[in-house]
Design a protein around this ligand. Structure first.
Ligand SMILES: Cc1cc2nc3c(=O)[nH]c(=O)nc-3n(C[C@H](O)[C@H](O)[C@H](O)COP(=O)(O)OP(=O)(O)OC[C@H]3O[C@@H](n4cnc5c(N)ncnc54)[C@H](O)[C@@H]3O)c2cc1C
Length: 440
């Protein structure tokens, strides 16, 4: 498998070296102290930290996209609060100028030889590698879904992609009543709260525009519970009851029949038990998986995720490999909030590895999920591994709050662009110690 995947091809002209520290325009082979695969939330944050610490030219970031999105705001794009353009920056403007950006993608990795081969035909030799390649969307696993998303009239959308999240707003805005159906797939996903957040925002909009009594809102989720942390699940059960939102558990989208405006679901207890429901708007959270170079590499476990120690973020077999973000096996909620904390632990542990020591810092599983429940309302879920709540503010954060809504809308994006991507934000622990010192 490796040999087939790793066939070296000539350097492609389409793959561009955005090289801030080297002058050659197309280098076939390169080497570096630290290679960062993926320049999204996790990759950009870690590259910024090490570009400051290591000599110029020591860090290479391998990232194919010229756009960087602040994805947590896609939910509010879907609700018409902001635009997709407001969530975007040029990758060049956020990646650290002291690192070398290669605009290309990893095609395979050989951890024994410490080499990555790229789609553009390069070989990159590394001493250490951090893998932060995120998740890809498997639209084609649901027959009819891709075609329905691409059809402007289909009334099928997803907030998960910058390509389609404005379509969600168009569908909500033009909804005149009927069946509004929201889904959650049977794979791990980024931001597990987002599939229901957009259902709450749709409910809120239908209420504001006085059509709610003509709408039936249904949330079909693979999960057996509404949310993985009991404290917030209890609060959300009250929200769905008050708002008259139907919730079907263990119910997964199998097919979209856009021509008939029908969606087919299966039940996870009995996959042959199918239910066909009509929709007037369908919001889909697509199935997700790790990029192919990772799932087919010896670095992944049998689920295709990067197999790291959940505390140290170091690979279980290869000590010069670390990972963070959505593509790893760590059982936390896959959020940017988690990455803020992970980046600090990874930085300290990788520095220790680089100087011949052991990785001693431990990630506690911190993640946060601001669950917008209406325009101007939000439940700010914060928790550690095993669903243990760890709240920053000295109030009960399971209650809907206006402050939390504006934190999600304004404060978190500000912290992201101005501090986190520059390697200077590690989550709210410092603030918590001051304003909520008795938090357990
Ligand atoms: C709708 C939505 C709502 C969300 N809401 C929240 C929220 O409220 N709060 C919160 O904290 N988080 C939220 N998140 C989750 C958060 O955005 C992600 O968890 C985070 O961005 C993941 O970062 P990452 O670095 O792991 O992956 P990404 O930021 O996705 O970056 C992965 C990068 O790897 C690159 N890549 C892929 N394949 C390759 C390859 N072969 N070679 C090289 N590079 C490659 C990609 O181009 C990409 O740039 C939300 C996400 C979405 C989509």
């Amino acid at each position: 498998m490796m040999n087939v995947l790793c066939r070296l091809r000539p350097c492609s002209k389409s793959a561009i070296v955005r090289n801030f520290s080297l002058t050659s325009s197309c280098l076939q082979d390169q080497s570096c102290k630290l290679l960062v695969i993926g320049g999204g939330t996790g990759g950009c944050t870690i590259a910024a930290k090490f570009a400051k610490r290591l000599k110029k030219g020591s860090v290479i970031v391998l990232e194919p996209s010229s756009d960087h999105y602040y994805q947590p705001l896609f939910t509010l794009v879907g609700a018409g609060v902001t635009t997709v353009e407001a969530t975007r920056r040029d990758a060049k403007s956020v990646l650290p100028s002291n690192a070398t950006w290669i605009q290309d993608s990893a095609e395979c990795i050989d951890p024994e030889k410490c080499v990555v081969k790229t789609a553009g035909g390069r070989e990159i030799q590394y001493e250490y590698v951090v893998i932060a390649a995120g998740l890809k969307y498997d639209y084609d696993k649901v027959p009819g879904l891709r075609e329905a998303l691409d059809d402007k009239q289909s009334r099928v959308s997803t907030i998960y992609s910058p390509q389609y999240c404005e379509k969600t707003w168009a569908d909500i805005k033009s909804f005149k009543g009927g069946e509004a159906v929201f889904t959650y797939p049977d794979t791990p996903i980024k931001c597990p709260g987002a599939p229901q957040k957009i259902a709450y925002m749709a409910d809120s909009y239908f209420g504001k525009t006085n059509i709610r009594s003509r709408c039936n809102i249904t949330y079909n989720t693979f999960m057996p519970v509404i949310f993985g942390v009991k404290k917030y699940a209890d609060a959300l059960m009250k929200v769905v009851a008050e708002r008259r939102i139907n919730v079907n558990y263990k119910t997964v989208l199998k097919e979209v029949r856009a021509d008939k405006r029908e969606a087919v679901f299966f039940n996870t207890d009995d996959r042959s038990k199918l239910t066909t429901v009509p929709y007037d708007m369908l919001h889909v959270t697509p199935p997700m998986s790790t990029p192919g170079f990772l799932s087919s590499s010896p670095l992944s476990d049998d689920t295709g995720y990067l197999d790291v120690d959940k505390f140290t973020l170091q690979h279980r077999k290869h000590p010069n490999v670390y990972g963070l973000g959505d593509c790893t096996t760590t059982p936390n909620s896959k959020t940017a909030a988690a990455i803020a904390k992970q980046s600090q632990v990874l930085e300290q542990n990788l520095l220790s590895s680089m100087s011949g020591g052991q990785p001693l810092r431990q990630y506690d599983g911190y993640g946060a999920c601001p669950i917008v429940t209406a325009y101007g309302k939000c439940i700010l879920a914060e928790f550690l591994y095993d669903g243990v709540p760890r709240e920053t503010m000295p109030i009960n954060q399971a209650r809907e709050s206006t402050l939390a809504y504006y934190m999600k809308r304004d404060l978190f994006p500000f912290l992201y662009w101005n501090f986190m991507l520059k390697g200077n934000y590690h989550g709210p622990e410092f603030v918590r110690k001051i304003i909520n010192p008795f938090a357990k």
